[in-house]
Design a protein around this ligand. Structure first.
Ligand SMILES: [Cu+2]
Length: 249
């Protein structure tokens, strides 16, 4: 009976690993990446997944082996008690520390691209998160934000393809998180701060813009849309929006 329990236990990690390996074939892997920097993020993500997956596999196999070998039914000997091993503790402290240090250094370029090396351009759009929508403000014909001809819009973010985009991110009330899964962009919107976010989309299409920070009862519906279009279509859209706005003023 004891052996049967250890086999039953073994099915859990096998099922867990199986689900992970099968997920991408059922459309449950990472969402399609349509950003210039996305492959760096995905690479780090996969690297950490494989590393932790491997550690998981090894520990589960060892755990299973001990369950199998030392089940109570076939082992009548009294257990041996120890007060720990200083050497073992040193090893299992140094190994994770070295791994974390390696990851900290290994990810530096990706971090710099996404959070430090800001493109030297004026903001493409100002995004203000509020309960529970995304307010968008584009510079009008004068190309400058914060003037009378700014174009206002809600939840429907348009950007040109293959162009550096600089978002000025704000929040009107509480913490939100500006999340473009297909662009591998996620940044908290913090009340009182203007936070720059930049990226470059490589594929024309429509994608999700969602809030990734539980921000109140309506968090679930704080959903916008990202439209990546050609530069011409984008310019035409912006002109059309400005015209509509003028007509209702
Ligand atoms: Cu939110």
């Amino acid at each position: 009976m004891g052996k049967l329990w250890s086999l039953l236990f073994l099915t859990v990690p096998i099922f867990g690993i199986g689900v992970f390996l099968a997920a991408p074939y059922y459309g449950m892997g990472l969402p399609e990446d349509v950003s210039e920097h996305g492959h760096q993020i995905d690479h780090l993500w996969m690297f950490i997944l494989w590393l932790t997956g491997l550690v998981f596999l090894v520990t589960e196999v060892i755990l299973f082996w001990f369950l199998w070998k030392y089940d109570a039914a076939s082992n009548r000997a009294v257990g041996k008690y120890t007060h720990g091993s200083h050497n073992l503790e040193v090893v299992w402290t140094i190994l994770p520390a070295a791994t974390l240090l390696f990851i900290a250094i290994y990810q530096m370029n990706a971090w710099a691209d996404v959070k430090i090396n800001r493109p030297d351009i004026p903001p493409t759009v100002q995004v203000t998160a509020r309960q529970f929508e995304w307010r968008l403000r584009y510079p009008g014909a004068d190309g400058r934000l914060g003037t009378r001809d700014d174009v206002h819009h809600v939840n429907d973010l348009h950007i040109p393809v293959d162009t550096d985009i600089l978002v000025e991110l704000k929040s009107d009330d509480v913490l939100h998180s500006f999340f473009l899964p297909n662009l591998r962009v996620k940044q908290d919107a913090v009340p009182g701060s203007k936070i720059p976010v930049w990226f470059r989309a490589t594929e024309i299409g429509q994608y999700d813009l969602v809030c990734a920070e539980l921000c109140g009862w309506g968090h679930y519906k704080m959903k916008g849309r990202l439209t990546v279009e050609s530069r011409e279509d984008y310019a035409a859209w912006l002109t059309e929006m400005a015209k509509q706005q003028e007509a209702t003023e």
